[in-house]
Design a protein around this ligand. Sequence first.
Ligand SMILES: Cc1ncc(COP(=O)(O)O)c(C=O)c1O
Length: 373
Amino acid sequence: MARIHLSPPDMSETERDLLLGAFDANWVAPVGPDLTAFEQEFAAAAGIQHAVALSSGTAGLHLALLVKGVQPGDVVILPSFTFAATANAVAYVGAEAWFVDSEPHSWNLDPSLVDEALAAAAAAGRRVGAVITVDLYGQCADHAPIRASAARHGVPVIEDAAEAVGASWEGAGAGSLGDVGVFSFNGNKLMTTGGGGMAVSADPEVAARIRHLSTQAREPVLHYEHTEIGFNYRLSNILAAIGRGQVRRLPTMLARTAEIRATYEAELGGLPGVTFNPIDDRGTPNHWLTIVVLGDDARCRPEQLIAALDAADAEARPAWKPMHRQPVFAAHRMFGGAVADDAFARGVCLPSGSSLTESEQDRVIAAARGALA
Ligand SMILES: Cc1ncc(COP(=O)(O)O)c(C=O)c1O
């Protein structure tokens, strides 16, 4: 009986053929035709004009902050309820992360608290370098009011769409909702290249700046000429070949994760105290992970559910631990916090990868029912 993971890579002959094609042509590295094609095909699928393939989503966030002019000593406003990479990127540029709570009906950044944080920064005479939104667990944040507040203060919005490939909000694709969008193709994401990321923007200059900085800021001359500090953040051609296959299969993978969520809801939703990560019906999430939320009347606690699944050789994890509860960010400002705290205390991520078979999901459901029924 093989262990069931949360969201393992979902690979097929398509990815394998493209990977071997790149290998056989010796386009292992560095840049090559698959890299260019991956960027174009990804941008077309996501409905975004410009895309730059990078070594990780974290690299994308770092470059997005630099390109949008975030300076050491600036404040950057972002949700507490996210993965540490969002906040780490803020530290890389020497800015100070101010955390904001989520909305209960979506678990995404609360626009009214963003407004409050922007006003507090203005009152304190602090420059705000950027607001980073996060499309948590594959559901887009409510960007319109956040963008409006940020625009009033002249602040750019960076969309951390690391978890949200293929999601949309009122018809607009994830990644297109801020001034710059960033995706992750980490091994645990819905779409993966083993490791990788993509920065996207409607602004050609932003994309060109990110591309330049990601390739050691090398000037386009014959010899090696540099006028600023660059980074080695470009994706390799061989990994881009895998990404091209994943883009082709994205619609199928999205259909499967939606089906997985629906099956969990049907099989576990009627049990006492059991609900799921909230979905705002203005958006179409990618259902990267389905998270079960255990109320006070649930038959077991989150750690007992995780142990029950582990006994059935299935991985389950708590929801993200909020950044304002992380020792490394404990001294940072936080606006609100009850929603993120509650989601962390009650949420358990269930195996949700698009390669999860029906019999594997049956095994997860049986183990979960054993603990919750
Ligand atoms: C919300 C969020 N932001 C950023 C990242 C960083 O992406 P990467 O692992 O590709 O650096 C991740 C995932 O790892 C994430 O979940």
